[in-house]
Design a binder for this molecule. Sequence first.
Ligand code: SAM
Length: 479
Amino acid sequence: MNEISEIKKYAKSHQVPIMQDGGIDFICRYITEHKVKSVLEIGSAIGYSAIKFASCGKDIFVTTLEIDLDRFIQARQNIEDNGLSDRICVLNEDALKFRTDKKFDLIFIDAAKAQYIKFFEIFKNNLSEKGVIVSDNLFFHGMVQNPELTKNYSTIKLVRKIRRYVDFLKNNTEFYTEFFDAGDGLSVSGRRNKINREEIFASKKPDSKLNVKLVAFDLDDTLLNDERDISEHSVEVLRKCAEKGIYIVLCSGRAENGILPFVRKLNIAGLQTGRFIIAMNGAEVFDLHKRESVFEEKLGGGILKTVHQEAAKRDMGCHVCDADTIYADRDTPWTRKDALMCGLNFKVVEDFDSFMEKGHPKILIPAPEEQVASFMPYLKEKLKGRAAVFTSKPYFLEVMPYNCGKGQSILWLANHLGIKKIETMAFGDSFNDESMISLVEYGVAMKNAQDEIKEKARFVTEYTNNQDGAAVFLENWVL
Ligand code: SAM
């Protein structure tokens, strides 16, 4: 079929879905006006849209993916008949599995609607610097705006998924999306620039006072300044909160003794509202009045042994700890780093595997950033569903019980104290704070937090950890 009208006729008679004219014209105009040179299409069907895109100019190259073998064969034939085989590369691939390093100026998503978010997340890394992702069928024949148009259960489910995709695009802080009333509803998403993102983070603040009864604080880079201290101003604000009846909970990756100096500095341990701390990233909730753990989660000896052996294969040390001592499998500047940072004792244990048999709340692998970055994906895969693997700092790889994190422990403590979730707040900056930022009602990221954490957080502080960011936020919105 080398006449485009014949391809359309064939599509109609064989019930192959292809783009509406309005949508095709919109994208072709975009290709010409923005001098697009390379296109990746997810969902070729029989090659109709790919042929239209490639026909916009002699220097345009299209890669298009089609999962269905019969459609792929037909698409290849149509492309050949139109003399475009040298500029359109059609591949019989499942886009959910296909990976490439190539960059494209325009990525067009026009395959299984239910998978749009996945396609977006997979292929966003293939965009050239100013590239855009275009998505089709966002109206889904008018049903997205008017759901009553269908009573069919699977169509209703699909419509819901498209709506979820539209929300995903609207709330995306990494990409900015414009929606167009062309064809069956199109969107064009481009990467936000840094300034744009900063503006969004700056706008993440409450519009009225918040009613909270429990506030949790990560320590490093959150409540602590870069001198690893709590400023006098922060001490004053946190004490005021505690005296007002708000539980102040220090919640750190550190062991109990690494947290206690800061409880002393705040001088709140004598109060009911200052009696709890959360240690080891949520694996332990400690009651300072009773001097005992009220909640504890542990990794079993088997998992600890696996982590130890995998780290050792890569010549990396690891350690576990209790309230005041770090127990390492070897003595290196790296295994000593955490003990030095948190003021804990340091001991090397000869038979490390036997030592770990009874289980521990967490195991930590301290190593140079590049080694941590390359080991983490392997370990995550190996322990999938059995343990949580994450970095608390780029050079600290941590393994903890699955589904146990700061967020889960804060909610456990809130429940233990009869405090509702809607009365909980937490401040954090890093990946080990992700669970608390997402699970509590008011997750607050520090101005100096990782961008991913700021994206997840409901609010972002106006000031950094060195400018009493958390204390100022509490003064403005809680006290
Ligand atoms: N873009 C085409 C056009 O306008 O000429 C129409 C594409 S049609 C709406 C969607 C196509 O995506 C179908 O042919 C379907 O087989 C294909 N598809 C669905 N899931 C896919 C996947 N995971 N990977 C690749 N293709 C997929």
